[in-house]
Design a binder for this molecule. Sequence first.
Ligand SMILES: [Zn+2]
Length: 139
Amino acid sequence: MKRAVRSRRKVYGQLLGHARRHPHRECCGILAGQDGLITQAFPAKNVAADPVRNYEIAPKEIVRLMGELRKRRLEFLGIYHSHPHWLDTNEPSPKDVALAYYSEAIYCIVTPRPYATAPIRAFSIRNGRAMELEIQFLP
Ligand SMILES: [Zn+2]
């Protein structure tokens, strides 16, 4: 059985909207909430040298976002990024797996492709292995 993560439905729209505004490159941000429930996405700037193939959030921006979470009493729950529209899958790439530093985090991958069966997928990435999680969207 897949482990499940819970998210507010509005986060689905936030992630998909962000990915679809930049379909030709990767977008990214962090996921936050309370008691393990994702309630909000915070978009971040992709500062990767090649944003078409990679994503990277600047350490400074991570610090700023963590401060923002503290102020709002939210927990850091995960990181999201998108794959550009010409990629078939929104599954973790070898690089996504290699660079997944937060073993407790939920990694969401979004595709801006219009007819994707699962536009947003969630993974837990530990010890070099990605495991898909079920996402339950709550009102
Ligand atoms: Zn990726």
